[in-house]
Ligand binder design. Sequence first.
Ligand code: HEM
Length: 153
Amino acid sequence: MQKGLLDLHNVMRWLILLFALLAIIKGIGGMNGKKAFAKGDKRIALFLMICCDIQLLLGLVLYVLAGWWSVLTGGSAMASNYNRFFAVEHAVGMLVAIILVHLGYSATKKNIPDGSKFKRLFWFTLIAMIIILATIPWPGREVARPLFPGMSV
Ligand code: HEM
């Protein structure tokens, strides 16, 4: 089961990056205030948030199943870069990014001018995207994991 969850967590990353990119592009397109904030724009922010929430749930389950919770509570989270990355940096970084994605979506529901909705969606998603990109265990890093399930790093 753990392998299946990890594979799903791996693939979900691409959906998140895709929706984040779309939200950023939408944000740029409407920032000047000349475009109406449409249902489709809100839907992209919603899909991004839902994917992030599923990813959070998968991540939390994996955190326990893969033993990272024990690493953290056992005091060996700082014993190596690998431990620090998965026990602390990845989990905390992604948690912050997911909170920012939520803030971006909630801005789209506020009673504010459409230009401000686009602007807030853009900034919250851009910062979230930077954190996500920085805390993914990309191939080539010390903490490398495969780009897709079954691939070698
Ligand atoms: C936007 C959110 C996130 C993204 C894009 C993401 C992405 C990834 C990726 C690409 C991997 C490597 C998968 C593989 O080895 O095939 C991974 C592993 C992992 N992630 Fe996340 N993650 C996110 C959020 C989280 C959160 C919030 C947590 C925990 C609270 C978490 C916990 C983990 C754990 C524990 C592993 C490694 C499991 C193991 O050692 O086998 N992730 N994540």
